[in-house]
Design a protein around this ligand. Structure first.
Ligand code: HEM
Length: 232
């Protein structure tokens, strides 16, 4: 277990007026508020818990939705999953869209740490890749919505609530949105594979903390130490 003072030194709490409290209370406060707020938000040197959770939930959902979407296209009318799987795919897709909006809002609110790279071009490629991943995720969600609502019917999300259809008056909306949905989904998976390979390159070749800081928040001391010494 890490010491709370690693994240937020006791002195830092003086400004909050808790310096008059007994030491054990200060430590408890440091541990409680310190770990919660400091590790939930992103820091200059590391991602916080919320960004990490949103990243991995998104990654699993994107891969899961792709697998289900692919499998759906192989089902025949009389297959038992013919109706169930599209219902799940659409429902999870809408929930994922909501999560994506929250994720982007959080990203603006709590800035991510700088990309760890020695080369300017590599850092630029990482930024471009991340931006493209976000754009592609949005395009896949929006085109999926446009396929499902092309006939004017709303999307029923697990029978919890409905997302209404919007009349756009686009000719062949279902077909066009279908093509975009399919090809951008393939592109998204291809880019996600490249992106994962880049993460492993950081781990095995560059030996920096890029992958580790997307697995758990790092203390500033740990990040600083590892800047000078590489992992095994
Ligand atoms: C469909 C799957 C995935 C998607 C859509 C995705 C998307 C993203 C996005 C958009 C970011 C930028 C986060 C930000 O700063 O706002 C990111 C960061 C990151 N992702 Fe993924 N990711 C996926 C899978 C993976 C996998 C499988 C790995 C590793 C094996 C991985 C490792 C990382 C790491 C290490 C970062 C931080 C990069 C840095 O600090 O420069 N991702 N991911």
């Amino acid at each position: 277990m890490f010491a709370a003072s690693q994240w937020l030194p006791i002195e830092g709490w003086k400004e909050l007026g808790v310096h008059t409290a007994p030491n054990h209370i200060k430590h408890l406060l440091c541990w409680g508020i310190g770990t919660m707020s400091i590790t939930v938000r992103n820091q200059r040197h590391t991602y916080g818990w919320l960004s990490i959770a949103l990243h991995w939930i998104s990654a699993f959902v994107v891969i899961g939705l792709f697998a289900v979407g692919f499998y759906m296209t192989t089902l025949g009318y009389y297959d038992s999953l013919y109706r169930t799987l599209p219902h799940w795919h659409k429902s999870i897709g809408i929930l994922f869209g909501i999560l994506l909006v929250l994720r982007v809002a959080w990203r603006f609110y709590s800035k991510p740490p700088a990309v760890l790279s020695q080369h300017k071009l590599e850092a630029l490629a990482a930024h471009g890749g991340h931006l493209l991943l976000y754009v592609m995720m949005f395009v896949v969600v929006i085109s999926g919505y446009l396929i499902s609502t092309a006939d004017g019917r709303p999307i029923d999300v697990f029978s919890w609530f409905q997302i209404p259809a919007i009349e756009l008056g686009i000719d062949q909306q279902e077909d066009i949105a279908g093509l975009i949905h399919e090809y951008v989904a393939y592109g998204l998976i291809a880019l996600a594979i490249l992106h994962a390979l880049a993460a492993f390159k950081h781990y095995w070749i560059d030996k920096d903390r890029t992958l580790q800081r997307m697995l758990r928040p790092e203390s500033p001391q740990n990040a600083h130490q590892q800047e000078n010494t590489s992992h095994d």
